[in-house]
Design a binder for this molecule. Structure first.
Ligand SMILES: [Fe+2]
Ligand SMILES: [Fe+2]
Length: 269
């Protein structure tokens, strides 16, 4: 599916507005670069474009491989059933494949991201990937919320100016939807048990909700504007965060759980 068609098919996804032939990044007000570039065009592009592309690919690669580093060691063989163990293994394999695909693109533009394979969790780019997941509740809510933020990050690139990045997205997004669906269902099932199970999953939700909102970055990020300017992203940090909140809060409520405070514990507002 072409990027635009996949974009338009996502509920709640707002396409960029076009005024007088110029594309404007929603909210940021930046006039967007409208051309599409292939790898061989990059040498003619300003260094800022190449640097932003390198940065976004490095962070994406880090997030892809950061997931398995969080949960494989403690969850793979302790998941509560044979099928769940298989799903953890498959999820990890898919994330490693996403890492491989993003790393290949980074390598093509001269950025070696192989160091991300083995760095300690504490050195991951995003706070959400710096700990360890030790419980099934945390693994479930991680899929429900953090893989969902991952989907938002990937959706930024659906109609982006760098075509090789756009091309690898449909398959990756399809697999992310599977991770999100599994995490959401598991979270709902645990909550529905009530009692201590519900309390434990609420605790996990409180922890990951804060991390998820912080993953979108600072509201006043100048770099976020430059990503929009070059057509590498289509939403500002704050716009994407608001859309995420609008999507997840009703799901949390429908599970009989309490929406956590959106400000407490946040590092990036
Ligand atoms: Fe992924
Ligand atoms: Fe995922």
């Amino acid at each position: 599916m072409a990027g635009g068609a996949l974009l338009a098919s996502r509920p709640g996804v707002r396409l960029l507005t076009h005024t007088a032939g110029a594309c404007v990044c929603a909210e940021v007000g930046e006039t967007m670069f409208e051309e599409k570039k292939e790898h061989e065009d990059l040498e003619k592009m300003p260094s800022e474009y190449r640097e932003l592309l390198e940065r976004v690919l490095t962070i994406q690669a880090d997030c892809e491989i950061g997931g398995p580093h969080l949960y494989v060691k403690d969850i793979l063989l302790t998941a509560p059933s044979k099928v769940n163990q298989l799903i953890v293994a498959r999820t990890a394999a898919e994330e490693m494949d996403h890492y491989r695909k993003i790393t290949r693109l980074a390598g093509e533009i001269g950025k070696d991201t192989s160091f991300l394979l083995s760095i300690p969790n504490q050195q991951r780019y995003l706070e959400a990937f710096r700990g360890v997941i030790k419980t099934w509740e945390d693994f479930s809510v991680f899929g429900f919320l953090i893989d969902r933020v991952g989907r938002y990050q990937l959706e930024e690139f659906l109609d982006c100016s760098y075509l090789p990045l756009q091309r690898i997205l449909p398959e990756i997004l399809k697999e992310e939807m599977g991770h999100i669906g599994f995490g959401t269902n598991q979270t709902a099932e645990i909550a529905a048990k009530g009692g201590e199970s519900r309390e434990r999953v609420q605790q996990s939700l409180n922890f990951w909700y804060t991390k998820a909102l912080d993953m979108f970055g600072r509201t006043d990020s100048e770099r976020s504007n430059r990503f929009c300017h070059w057509g590498l992203k289509r939403r500002s940090n704050s716009q994407a965060r608001r859309e995420f909140i609008k999507e997840v809060d009703p799901i949390i409520t429908s599970m009989g759980l309490t929406v956590p405070d959106p400000v407490t514990g946040r590092k990036f507002l």
